[in-house]
Structure formats: C-alpha cells, structure tokens
Ligand binder design. Structure first.
Ligand SMILES: CC(C)(COP(=O)(O)OP(=O)(O)OC[C@H]1O[C@@H](n2cnc3c(N)ncnc32)[C@H](O)[C@@H]1OP(=O)(O)O)[C@@H](O)C(=O)NCCC(=O)NCCS
Length: 183
C-alpha cells in the first residue's frame, strides 16, 4: 500500500479529532498522570489517497520525547513503523536520547510492536489507570481480549550517543517491507 507521511496540520485536525474519538472515546489521553489534548500536540499523519490511515502525537520535553498516541487505521502495512520512525528521527536530530511511552496492561499487541522495534520495558506503574480515570472517567474498565485495564507499562528507546537518524532507520528495518525512508 502506498502512503505518505506529513506533519499534522490545522486543516486535518478536525478529521484527526474524529478518529481519536472513534479510537479512544475522546481526543483526551492520560499518560503518566497527565491529561493531554491530542489535537493540540505535534505529530505526523499517514495519508493514502488523501485519506488519513494513521497518526502519531508526541510531547517534546527537555531530555526526552514522550509518544502520547500512535494509531494505525490500516494495520500491518508499515504505517505504525513509519510514524514511529518519524519521531525517533526527530529525537536524533534534536540530540534527545530517550523516546518513551506508556501502554495499558491489556495492550499486548502494542507491547509486542514496540519491543520488536527496539523499545525496552522500563517500569510498571501499578494501578496508574485507576488514577487516570479520575482525569478521564470514560476510560473503559476492560480492554483488549476482555482484560481489565489497570496498569501502565512504560517503554523507552535509548538512542546511543553515536547513533544518528540514519542508523536508527536501519535499527527499525524499514527496508524489510520496502517501506521508503521519507515521504
Ligand atoms: C500498535 C499499532 C500502532 C501497530 O501499527 P501497524 O500499522 O499495524 O504497524 P506496522 O504495520 O508498521 O507493523 C506491524 C507488523 O506488520 C509488518 N508489516 C509492515 N509492513 C508490512 C507489509 N507490507 N506486509 C506485511 N507485513 C507488514 C511489520 O513488520 C510488523 O510485524 P512484526 O511486528 O511482526 O515485525 C497498531 O496495532 C494500533 O494502532 N493499535 C491500536 C492503538 C494502539 O494500541 N497504539 C499504541 C499505544 S501507544
């Protein structure tokens, strides 16, 4: 499938907001005790024939980039890898050596996805989702495969000091699926 990656723009924010509502119930996302409005965050979108088929949002901090959301509408076609790679490239260019994110304990698919992309499990935040519900009460009680949603698992990707974005691209192995490096 051919698709291109572009930065999220003002023009596509409304469509993206609707996708966030479909995927997560609202454009708000709680991560590590903070509530983010996803459409206010920087990010990238994947477009196939001008249709949005994926997006990633992130928060740039002093020494790290936290991925706040990653959504693929057309799975297993390289959309997630390409979007993730864009953020890791930014970290490389900005000399930020840590990219992190949390997933909830039910999201085994995401755990598999990130670990296969070189992310390491960093911490288990027990019962963090119970606290997150105080900020976002509509977080469902059960998630994938009927698993109760209770905890946050933190993952991190550490860019080696000598690594440059080109080497990161190799790590993520875009070539395997004939996925192009840039849009
Ligand atoms: C996790 C998630 C983002 C992955 O996105 P995705 O677009 O399916 O990811 P990709 O297509 O890039 O990679 C998935 C698999 O497809 C493979 N793949 C990529 N292109 C392919 C192609 N053209 N043909 C066949 N397989 C392909 C990848 O190698 C990968 O397999 P592997 O992990 O066994 O190596 C997606 O499942 C999702 O949106 N989940 C719901 C939201 C979520 O949980 N987000 C993460 C929480 S922050």
């Amino acid at each position: 499938m051919n698709f291109i990656i572009k930065e999220i723009t003002k023009e596509t924010k409304d469509s993206i907001k609707n996708i966030f509502i479909e995927q997560w119930g609202s454009p708000q996302m709680v991560s590590r005790g903070k509530c983010y409005d996803l459409i206010e965050l920087p990010g990238f979108q994947a477009l196939h024939n001008e249709r949005i088929i994926g997006m990633i949002t992130f928060k740039m901090k002093q020494n790290e980039i936290e991925i706040i959301s990653l959504d693929s509408i057309v799975e297993n076609h390289g959309v997630g890898i390409r979007l993730l790679n864009e953020v890791i490239n930014i970290a490389g260019k900005e000399n930020i050596d840590r990219v992190c994110l949390v997933t909830s304990n039910d999201n085994t698919k995401a755990m598999r996805f990130f670990q296969k992309r070189g992310f390491k499990m960093k911490a288990l935040h027990l019962n963090a989702v119970h606290d997150a519900r105080k900020l976002k009460p509509d977080i469902p009680q059960t998630g994938y495969d009927g698993i109760p949603i209770e905890h946050e698992i933190e993952f991190e990707y550490i860019l080696g000091k000598s690594e440059n974005p080109q080497e990161v691209i190799k790590t993520i192995n875009l070539e395997k699926w004939g996925i192009m490096e840039s849009s």
